[in-house]
Ligand binder design. Structure first.
Ligand code: SF4
Length: 373
């Protein structure tokens, strides 16, 4: 089954490290919502034979939309798409945008998973990242979400901040654990081109974390979360059994997903496209019936094989039957030498069914993919 993604591009402020398409001017919100509904409708005929079992509202900050606006979007999706009753339906939320009333409204929407961008439980670190919430507000939002009835909750954290000590990072993980969310994502800070953080580094105002310290933090994260019952199922993602994010798994397993909104990327059949990263252009193109993508590619056989290996190693492993079925290639035979190197170095483990990276392998995943495949 396929997934649906909606990109809501509005935020209260722009965080210094963020390279997602998001804007702080909300004056075209109504026009955007109308264009989004038009885009959803325009693709429904093409996708009438597909069944969907995940919806993900990301951004930006989808929790900035009102109950009525969100409800209207869901009604529109359910009207035109074949969405399974047991779908995983996620909304991303910024802890600073949710009070108890809003949470109670959200639980009444067809939403059963909520993902909080917490990033840190230390106020100084949150200030550095220019987040709009405090550590206490993040704790409260998560507790309130659980009290309101959300069982499937994720929180995102970022490590390897400039000047961050290993003790601070351990504290962040301890605090996350205390909240008992079913899912934790832990990413290292990336200095993405075009962000304020990137410019700060260029000006010499900040530096990357020491590479060995970053590695130490990553290894500690994997060990700590696994010890506490969170299964690592992707380089940066950990879940209690049964709570892996179905929607994100589709990206890593190269399953189909349709995505709506500016900057959103879709993968249907052997085509992948990305919508324009400009709200005005997005609205205009929809209004005038022009395509909204600014990039489209056909995934050929070789690219599909390479991506399958890369994404499989990053996540739950490469399943030999699945690989054979999709590419007509015996993975274990064709790549036997690479597999042997991985196993000899304890970077991966293999049984008759699959090849999967170990914790040691996850830590050098990019190098492994580049050198061995
Ligand atoms: S709240 Fe999220 S999407 Fe918005 S600017 Fe910050 S990191 Fe980016």
């Amino acid at each position: 089954m396929a997934g649906i993604y909606l990109h809501i591009p509005f935020c209260d402020t722009k965080c210094i490290y963020c390279d997602f398409y998001s804007i702080t001017n909300h004056s075209h919100k109504n026009e955007f919502l109308s264009a989004l509904k038009d885009e959803i409708l325009s693709k429904s005929e093409m996708l009438k034979d597909r069944k969907f079992n995940s919806i993900f509202l990301g951004g930006g900050t989808p929790s900035l939309l009102s109950y009525a606006e969100l409800n209207d979007l869901f009604a529109h999706l359910f009207k035109f798409y074949n969405i399974s009753n047991d779908s995983e339906i996620t909304i991303e939320a910024n802890p600073g945008t949710l009070n108890n009333t809003k949470l109670k409204e959200i639980i009444n929407l067809p939403v059963n998973r909520i993902s909080f961008g917490v990033q840190s439980f230390i106020d100084e670190e949150l200030k550095f990242l220019t987040r709009i919430h405090t550590a206490n507000e993040a704790r409260e939002s998560i507790k309130n979400a659980m009290n309101a009835g959300f069982e499937n909750v994720n929180l995102d954290l970022i490590f390897a901040l400039p000047g961050q000590s290993i003790d601070n990072w351990k504290y962040n993980l301890d605090e996350a654990l205390k909240l008992g969310t079913k899912h934790i994502s832990a990413y290292s800070l990336i200095f993405e081109k075009g962000t304020a953080l990137y410019t700060m580094r260029k000006k010499g105002e900040v530096n990357n974390a020491d590479i060995e310290l970053e590695q130490q933090m990553y290894e500690y994260t994997m060990e700590f979360l696994e010890f506490n019952g969170y299964m690592q199922y992707e380089i940066s993602n950990y879940a209690k059994p049964g709570y892996e994010c179905k929607h994100n798994l589709k990206y890593w397993a190269m399953e189909e997903y349709i995505a709506f909104g500016p900057s959103a990327s879709s993968f249907i059949g052997n085509k992948r496209w990305t919508n324009v990263k400009n709200l005005t252009k997005y609205i205009q193109n929809i209004k005038t019936g022009k395509p909204v993508y600014d990039f489209i590619e056909t995934i050929d056989k070789d690219t599909a094989v390479t991506e399958h290996i890369m994404l499989g190693l990053r996540s739950k492993g490469i399943y030999f039957d699945d690989f054979k079925q999709r590419h007509n290639i015996d993975f274990d035979k064709k790549y036997s030498k690479s597999i042997q190197t991985l196993i000899e170095n304890s970077w991966a483990e293999s049984d008759n069914e699959k090849l999967k990276l170990t914790r040691k392998g996850y830590a050098v995943c990019d190098e492994i993919v580049a050198s061995l495949f």
